[in-house]
Design a protein around this ligand. Structure first.
Ligand code: GNR
Ligand code: NI
Length: 168
């Protein structure tokens, strides 16, 4: 296993649209293991392949209290979103130290393959629904700060670029 580097906003690579995984082979299994290690090491509840500069539709998550329930979504698609929406505080490993409210569908249905290629359907609400929508946005090249006002987004960009210049 290997810990991977996480891209930081406003890295333009975060805007890349991921392609579907054609074949779940050894390279995908290695990617999933490395992404899980990277996510746990960073104390995140989810990680999209886009964030480690791999542009394939792969997501790992763990929203459990004890951090012992890894989930793997390969080629995920949201097939249903509730018309009901809720606003919750979000953060992102690619936007360190920034938290703000984002409105999302309250519950969703998702279909995806697992690491063995098996098709699964997931009904999600609460934090899991938020996390899945956040991760699928990454696969489409979208970061949560894009839901904020241009003013807030500009301030975040400036702050993170300064942190980068000053060396973290
Ligand atoms: O670790 C994370 N926490 C989080 C909290 C609220 C809403 C979304 C998230 S996802 C984030 C990890 C991450 O950046 N995934 O892309
Ligand atoms: Ni994120």
């Amino acid at each position: 296993m290997a810990k991977l580097d996480i891209l930081r906003y406003p890295d333009p690579q975060l805007q890349t649209v991921a392609k579907p995984v054609q074949k779940i082979d050894e390279s995908i299994h290695t990617l999933v293991a490395d992404m899980l290690e990277t996510m746990y090491d960073a104390n995140g509840i989810g990680l999209a392949a886009t964030q480690v500069n791999v542009h394939q539709r792969v997501v790992v998550m763990d929203v459990s209290e004890n951090r012992n329930e890894p989930m793997v979504l390969i080629n995920p698609t949201i097939t249903w979103m509730s018309p009901e929406r809720s606003k919750g505080e979000e953060g992102c490993l690619s936007v360190p130290g920034i938290y703000d409210g984002v409105e999302r569908a309250t519950s969703i249905t998702v279909t995806a393959q697992d690491a063995d290629g098996k098709h699964q359907e997931i009904q999600a609400q609460g934090l899991l629904a938020v996390c899945i929508q956040h991760e699928l946005d990454h696969l489409m090249g979208k970061v949560f700060v894009e839901y904020l006002s241009p003013l807030k987004r500009g301030r975040i960009k400036t702050k993170l670029l300064k942190a980068l210049r000053d060396g973290e």
